[in-house]
Design a protein. Structure first.
Length: 95
């Protein structure tokens, strides 16, 4: 019984750590977004939820979509950068 409790605790701890890492860092995302003049001026990504932003960026990273410029840009981004960018844009007030 003790082993099951320890295993369960370890699973919960790992899950919490993974969720924290997946959340992204908005401050790092802000630094990464400095080169995103198009979206910064439009404000079209501001306030969207993280899951939507992440899914869109991951799709571009995988080469999906019609915007060749975004595909080119996102293919260079790590999953951590994508999470940070999503956290940043989600934290901005909607325009």
């Amino acid at each position: 019984m003790k082993r099951i409790a320890v295993f369960f605790f370890a699973l919960v701890l790992c899950g919490a750590a993974a969720a924290a890492l997946a959340a992204g860092d908005a401050a790092k995302g802000e630094q990464l977004a400095k080169g995103c003049a198009c979206h910064k001026s439009k404000g079209d990504l501001n306030g969207k939820d993280v899951a939507t932003l992440t899914a869109a960026m991951q799709a571009f990273k995988e080469g999906k979509g019609a915007n060749k410029a975004m595909i080119f840009i996102m293919k260079k981004q790590s999953d951590e950068n994508i999470a940070d960018l999503a956290a940043y844009y989600a934290s901005l007030p909607k325009k």
